[in-house]
Design a protein around this ligand. Structure first.
Ligand code: KE4
Length: 429
């Protein structure tokens, strides 16, 4: 496929925007080559600036779960835009979306809207610290909760020491309050809780992880965290920016049957417009300004335009819950077909799949945490990514991402994807 216009647009973008992109993963650094510039999209298909049609498996990194330019969302946004986009004043539609989200998600009485998943997770941690009066948090290596300082931390020197910044600009002062545990390793969490007894405000986790590729929580891992939090008076924060309204109406809490204390959202809740949110029971949310002392704010938080997209999206999902089963079935079909191709070609691989999240890792070893995910053969992944792109299949341009299926994908699209893999599988050794 030709990407001449995308390359020219990328060259110009780099003159005015750092790296030519407004979010690093889009720049193809992990897979090489120039990023594809998209012109428009409809349903399961992207149409790029060179006229190529691409079957889309990122859905804008999750939000477009019903496909691009989904008519009920678009119509709602158009109608709302005609009446003004934002007022900096309360509007009824914020309450309508809040009421619907609270009705769909277990264990939440109230929800605060923000403008991104980063804001949601950052605010959730501040709320947990304010509610508990404790400073430290535990996160997991490989989990991503947005780019606020407390989360840009990598493992410290020892097993139970403080984290250290993994980005310039993050201070040691911040890093010392973030402790790193190992996903699917409850002992690593217990060790941190023991070594920092009485100092930990919260554990934040992606209940089904999507930022190491897709990583599935092992039996009793999440339940073990719940029990530990109850024993140690620690709040459990589920970062459901990816899993919320994707795995089920009630997200990972519903599917895993484990209660979180605070839940964060993004992506699907905004229907493709900038919306994040965090939610909890009244006893916790009551600590948030203006009711309580924990400050959090935002000029465009809850703006009616974004709320109209989110309300249309969640209304569709709430009224048609069979879509979650449809998405899971399509993901299973795709995974089965691709796994067969890789097996037939004797390619070492692991495939992790949960609901409509899936990822392929070119490694013999099961992928259960960041360390095992990092052992994937990235040279093979690059060949896989570009080989599929050249056949009109758009996959996440990094081995450390989950695919996000949308329900506009037909079984014909899935078969075309499996066939594209069959065409290149022999090159993946
Ligand atoms: P945003 O600030 O990008 O809306 O959300 C941050 C975030 C929080 N929590 C989880 C579990 C997330 O996956 C994300 C963002 N996801 C990435 C994809 N891995 C967004 C893509 C990007 O950074 O451009």
């Amino acid at each position: 496929m030709i990407y001449r216009r995308s390359s020219a647009l990328f060259a110009e973008a780099q003159r005015y925007i750092p790296g030519g992109v407004n979010s690093p993963v889009r720049a193809f650094k992990a897979v090489g080559g120039n990023p594809v510039f998209v012109k428009e999209a409809k349903g399961a298909y992207l149409y790029d600036e060179d006229g190529n049609r691409l079957i889309d498996y990122i859905a804008s990194w999750g939000p477009l779960i019903l496909g691009h330019a989904y008519a009920p969302v678009i119509d709602a946004v158009i109608e709302k835009a005609k009446k003004g986009t934002s007022f900096g004043m309360p509007t009824e539609i914020e309450t309508q979306l809040a009421k619907l989200a609270v009705s769909m998600v277990p264990n939440i009485d109230k929800i605060r809207f923000v403008n991104s998943g980063t804001e949601a997770c950052m605010s959730a941690v501040r709320l947990a610290r304010g509610f508990t009066g404790k400073d430290k948090i535990i996160k997991f290596a490989g989990c991503y909760h947005g780019h606020s300082d407390s989360f840009l931390i990598q493992a410290g020197s020892g097993a139970v020491t403080f984290g250290s910044p993994n980005s310039p600009g993050v201070t040691q002062g911040t890093a010392k309050d973030t402790l790193l545990a190992v996903y699917n390793n409850l002992e690593s969490v217990k060790a941190l809780a023991t070594a920092n007894k009485g100092e930990i405000a919260a554990i934040i986790i992606e209940p089904v992880a999507g930022n190491m590729g897709c990583i599935i929580p092992e039996e009793n891992f999440i339940k073990g965290l719940r029990d530990l939090c109850d024993q140690e008076d620690i709040l459990l924060i589920f970062d459901e920016v990816m899993t919320g309204f994707r795995l089920a109406k009630g997200g990972a809490q519903e599917v895993l049957g484990v209660d979180a204390d605070i839940v964060t959202f993004g992506k699907v809740i905004g229907g493709g417009l900038p919306v994040g949110a965090f939610a909890a029971r009244e006893g916790i949310m009551g600590h948030l300004a203006p009711d309580g002392p924990v400050y959090q704010a935002g000029t465009l938080s809850g703006n009616p335009l974004a709320m109209s997209a989110g309300l249309a999206m969640l209304t569709e999902l709430n009224n048609n819950p069979e879509v979650f089963r449809s998405l899971a079935d399509k993901t299973k079909y795709l995974g089965k077909g691709m796994a067969q191709v890789l097996t037939d070609n004797h390619i070492p691989f692991q495939m992790n799949r949960f609901g409509s999240m899936i990822s392929i890792h070119f490694t013999e070893e099961p992928v259960v945490d960041f360390e095992s995910s990092a052992k994937g053969n990235n040279a093979a992944f690059k060949k896989y990514f570009h080989g599929m792109l050249n056949q009109g299949i758009y996959l996440p341009p990094s081995a450390f991402e989950s695919y996000f299926l949308n329900d506009a994908l037909s079984y014909k699209d899935l078969d075309e994807t499996i066939a594209a893999l069959a065409n290149i599988a022999k090159d993946l050794h």
